[in-house]
Ligand binder design. Sequence first.
Ligand SMILES: Nc1ncnc2c1ncn2[C@@H]1O[C@H](COP(=O)(O)OP(=O)(O)O)[C@@H](O)[C@H]1O
Ligand SMILES: [Mg+2]
Length: 458
Amino acid sequence: MTIRSKLTLSVTLLFAAALGTLGLVFVRLERVQLEKQAEEDARIIASTVDRAARDALVQRDDLLLLSYVKFLQKQFPALSYVEVSWMDAGRARTHRIGTSAGAAPSTVMEHTLRVKDPTSPDRQVQLDIGIDQGYFHDEVDKQIGRIGRDLARLFGIALIAAALFSDWFARKLTRPLAALSEVAGEIGRGKLGVRLEWKSNDEVGALVEGFNRMSQRLEELDMMKKDFVSAVTHELRSPLGAIESFLALMQGKMVGGRPTDPVQFQTYFDRIRANVTRLTGFINDLLDVAKIERGKMECSLRPMRIQEVASEVVQFFEAKAKEQGVTLLTRLDANLSPVSGDPERLRQVLVNLVSNSIKFTPQGGSVWISGEQYREAGARFLEVSVVDNGRGMEPDDLKKLFEKFAQGKNAEARISGPRGTGLGLVIVKSIVEAHGGKVGVKSQPGKGTQFQFSVKMT
Ligand SMILES: Nc1ncnc2c1ncn2[C@@H]1O[C@H](COP(=O)(O)OP(=O)(O)O)[C@@H](O)[C@H]1O
Ligand SMILES: [Mg+2]
């Protein structure tokens, strides 16, 4: 059974139950009212007969009373019979009009009235009136039957209206769900990133919004995966290709197992070594990310001088920076007190940050490392910044920077050296967090970028 039919059915049933209860209460009240009315009618009959008898006595016209009683009997069918007994001094006679034959004897109630002539009290008349209660009951039943039929007709119409309305409402409610399941099917068939246009301020609206976000995220992840595969392929193929061609060149320059040009030979050899280093670095990055995913990024913290590590990193990149026309220096104070860190891991952080800065800084720019101490919650921290005045990045790219395989749009533009794989900053972040610190970034397109991280001081 669909949600739509369940909703329609339950709303209609509820409505029917409510209407039924209301109808029953109404009929019961109406019956009480009608029964009161019947009692009132019986009283009116008695008092009318009483008045007629008095008039007849005053006018001394017995026939008048009899013909009036006959008239009343036509008027009030509940008046079964009237037995008139005149009791004048010396005269007593009885006359009965009507019978109780038509009615069940048990339902006829007899009332006795005694009326005196106000002008001569010895003249009086006794009236035994038979009022058929059964007649009233039948009347009440007939009325209630009529009301019941009217109500049933009305309820029937109302129920159809309620069913139509609840079906419309249920359809309105479930329409986005049906659309959602269709879109989910599309995603299942591999069409990622599809959106459902639906706005409402309720749970369904929230569900659709969450669904759209999920779909968008799936598309992004898929894009990242594709980018990653192409980056990895490139990252593996280009150094391997370079090694292969240098090896072929070296082979061509050997005669009898000896190099013909040892200087050229050394250059080839250095290039091969650089490419092997690049391959190893990339594979180490992949291994590190795998470790992070398993929650196994471990750092063994000990007191260390970060300014020394920074100097080594600057030295390591000096040649590359010079080749690219970028000034690279460290402004860290040589007398800074030690921090609590893992020197190998912090070197990795600085290598990643500095290599990014050099990569994204054009000729004539500069890259520097600086540091500032601060206190937080009673502990002393050093905030190390790697700053450049290079390309910078778009605000959109800043948001996803620390996610796996995320690369900014600037990585697509022409940059010196390998394109990268978007793993460096993931590793940076998890190393810094394993040190109990935080990473942050500020960047402006065309102006430059500043990455900073904090480490506890001893
Ligand atoms: N100093 C920087 N200047 C401009 N963009 C940067 C800088 N550092 C990082 N980025 C952006 O962040 C992205 C992710 O960096 P990273 O995780 O090191 O991956 P990769 O270097 O392999 O691309 C880069 O692709 C680039 O878009
Ligand atoms: Mg990088």
